[in-house]
Design a protein around this ligand. Structure first.
Ligand code: PEP
Ligand code: MG
Length: 324
């Protein structure tokens, strides 16, 4: 199958009924970059910047951050890259940063919450990103935003840094696209206020659905109790996708479910036209897409989503089997 997936690298990511889907790759370290060419990914839909901070024994300096981000942009060339600002705290602890133990780290002082309280960290990182992307497009998004005010605050810090560099005569990005992860259910109900402010949204389904079902994604005692293909979860994803699409805001999904062919099929049926996944999943998902009739899939999901099924997994598996 590996050879079969490699052969797909240069084939279009288009369904049987002619629907194009952007297939992006998730990355976080320089070792991931060769996979861009190997897989034929359309770009990097999620660059997890915290990995550089986690593998380092001291806080990465500005120069080291700039070097990494510039390297990523060089490797990507014309392909877009979305950098996510630091997603640390909770269970992603940095050895050189003192934090308190928390009862519920997933719900605790992490990601955007942490850097808004320690804005120097965010300012430095945004400065590094602005410098690294000088003369190019910079796409940046913030993790774990639960409230539009947090997004505004983070965006304001970016704007202050941009102006500061401009005054210093630094070459700035020719275009800055600002987005947010959608990982907290509350944000899904703030879209009317959020959408006019953002250039794009990326659904972090790992966190979004663990909070939606209130079930720790890493705890095997509960993680198998809920299914990502439950109608309730699919309705949430469908509604978010529809609202973004109607507002002309790019919408993508970068959680693990995007890399599983059956889940990816459901997402495309729900309206997603862009997904980002681990490099190894691009081949299998593209193979699925090329044999999929999106119109049929969408109609099938529509008939089931308001029905009594606990999960659509079984029926979608049968659909996938029966339709190639
Ligand atoms: C997610 O929550 O779906 C996501 C992509 O972020 P991470 O897995 O890094 O928490
Ligand atoms: Mg997350």
């Amino acid at each position: 199958r590996k050879a079969e997936y490699a052969a797909l690298r240069n084939m279009p990511a288009t369904s049987r009924d002619g629907v194009d889907v952007q297939l992006y790759m998730n990355a976080g370290l320089t070792v991931d970059l060769p996979h861009l060419d190997e897989t034929g990914a359309d770009g990097i839909g999620l660059f997890r910047t915290e990995l550089q901070f986690m593998v380092s024994s001291t806080m990465p300096r500005l120069a080291a951050q700039i070097e990494l981000y510039a390297h990523v942009l060089n490797a990507a060339g014309d392909r877009p890259v979305i950098f996510r600002t630091l997603d640390v705290g909770g269970d992603k602890v940095l050895p050189y940063m003192v934090g308190q133990r928390e009862e519920n780290p997933a719900l605790g002082w992490r990601a955007i919450r942490l850097v808004l309280d320690r804005p120097a960290l965010l300012r430095y990182q945004l400065r590094a990103l602005l410098i690294a992307a000088g003369g190019r497009t910079l796409s940046v998004m913030f993790p774990m935003v639960a409230d539009v005010a947090e997004f505004r605050q983070a965006r304001q810090i970016l704007e202050v840094e941009r102006r500061r560099l401009e005054r210093m005569g630094q070459t700035l990005p020719v275009n800055i696209r600002i987005g947010t992860m959608l990982e907290v259910p509350a944000l899904a109900y703030q879209l009317p206020a959020l959408l006019p402010l953002v250039d794009f949204i990326s659904v972090g389904s790992n966190d979004l659905l663990q909070f939606f079902f209130a079930a720790d994604r890493g705890n095997p005692k509960v993680s198998s109790r809920y299914d990502l293909l439950a109608p309730s979860a699919l309705k949430l994803l469908r509604d978010v996708c529809a609202a973004c699409t109607a507002a002309g805001v790019s919408i993508s999904l970068c959680g693990e479910m995007a890399g599983r062919p059956l889940e990816a099929m459901a997402l495309i049926g729900l309206g997603f036209r862009s997904v980002s996944m681990n490099a190894v999943s691009i081949g299998p998902v593209k193979a699925m897409l090329r044999s999929l009739d999106v119109g049929q899939c969408r109609a099938y999901i529509d008939t089931l989503i308001e029905g009594p099924d606990r999960t659509l997994r079984g029926k979608l598996e049968s659909f996938a089997r029966d339709h190639g």
